[in-house]
Ligand binder design. Structure first.
Ligand SMILES: [Mn+2]
Length: 362
């Protein structure tokens, strides 16, 4: 089985028009975000691109008392199937459901049960992968501008962001709007690695029973700290640290090529080669960048420091059978900036993947 071309859809995109668009771009698989990052959008976080936000984050997390139900998941799966699309993965837990696992808070046991329930329901519906970030500050501190070729609007970073994180917020979302004022005490690297270790220890047995793979996204942006809080996988070598925490094949990676390329050490190609050879990669985010943290820019897929064709060759050579999605792309100047940017990335990836398949066949 060769690798598959997939497409990532945000919560507000779970409709027929976006399913058709993904299929028209050549996707056979879809990665679904069930957390709505855009509920309190405003200008800083409009539903026109990837979520950006400001120091207040992306907005409110979901309902802490309502986990995703089997009915809800089955209905999305059926909708996808009607469009010839397979559900490859859910991307990201809702902070409302698991914040005290990240924060090691008083509700941690309850939140571990939440994660187990979600994994069991995924297994029941047949969703094979759960992508997640294990991060206190989350995706914070990025800017947007006409950074990409031809002045296309893209995301980047211009220096570190060290403003402290308010109480009630985690992973760039507000889970408790009534939290007392003040700031979250910074977490150290040792504390956070210990929290990830205990998380995997507690939930991997359920993931194994359910047949669901947990797939860790590296820290985006990959800084040693963001908003004063330590990060885990902010250099390529820390992916190995994560792999060593639990030997189960259900402990895997959501390998984000762009994020790994933004790291100040190592190379995305070598890191991907190592872990895809060992079968540790559940699925791949493929996008391109120029620069390193804390100063980088996202670029068109053919235009940055990553050789995206070479990335796909490495995956093909290592027998990777999972899904590759474009992550995000610069917005193009036209009536449908997001669609055009994503379609460009999809066309590029589809041509490369088809070429790899053909070079093998005859
Ligand atoms: Mn990514």
């Amino acid at each position: 089985m060769p690798m598959k071309l997939g497409f990532g859809l945000y919560r507000h995109m779970l409709d027929d028009a976006h399913y058709r668009f993904a299929r028209q771009c050549g996707a056979t698989h879809v990665v679904v975000h069930l957390v709505d990052y855009f509920k309190q959008g405003g200008d800083a976080n409009a539903r026109v691109d990837q979520p950006l936000g400001d120091l207040h984050g992306w907005g409110r997390a979901g309902d802490p008392d309502r986990l995703w139900t089997v009915d809800e998941l089955s209905s999305i799966k059926q909708d996808l199937a009607r469009h010839d699309l397979e559900w490859a993965a859910i991307e990201n837990f809702d902070p409302a459901h698991w914040h005290d696992i990240l924060l090691d808070g008083p509700r941690r046991d309850e939140h571990i049960e939440n994660v187990k329930t979600i994994l069991r329901r995924m297994g029941e519906v047949g969703i094979p992968v759960m992508g997640y970030n294990f991060s206190i500050a989350g995706v914070a501190g990025r800017i947007k501008g006409a950074f990409a070729r031809g002045g296309a609007e893209a995301v980047g970073m211009d220096g570190p962001v060290d403003d402290p994180l308010p109480n009630g917020m985690v992973w760039n979302m507000v889970y408790d709007p009534d939290a007392p004022s003040g700031f979250l005490p910074p977490v150290t690297h040792e504390q956070l690695w210990d929290r990830l270790y205990r998380f995997l220890r507690d939930v991997i047995p359920t993931a194994e029973e359910a047949g669901v793979t947990l797939a860790l996204h590296p820290d985006d942006p990959p800084m040693p700290t963001v908003r004063g809080h330590a990060r885990l996988v902010y250099q390529p070598r820390f992916y190995q640290t994560m792999a060593d925490l639990h030997p189960s094949p259900r402990n895997a990676m959501e390998f984000c090529v762009g994020t790994v390329a933004e790291m100040t050490e190592g190379s995305a190609e070598e890191t991907l080669d190592l872990h895809s050879r060992e079968g540790r990669v559940a699925y791949v985010h493929l996008r391109n960048i120029r620069g390193k943290v804390p100063n980088y820019r996202e670029t068109f897929i053919d235009d940055g420091e990553v050789d995206a064709g070479r990335i796909l060759e490495i995956l093909h050579r290592n027998g990777f059978e999972g899904v590759v999605i474009p992550d995000h792309a610069p917005s193009m100047t036209c009536d449908a900036p997001w669609h055009a940017g994503m379609a460009f990335a999809m066309g590029y990836m589809k041509a490369k993947i088809d070429g790899l398949r053909e070079s093998e066949c005859c």
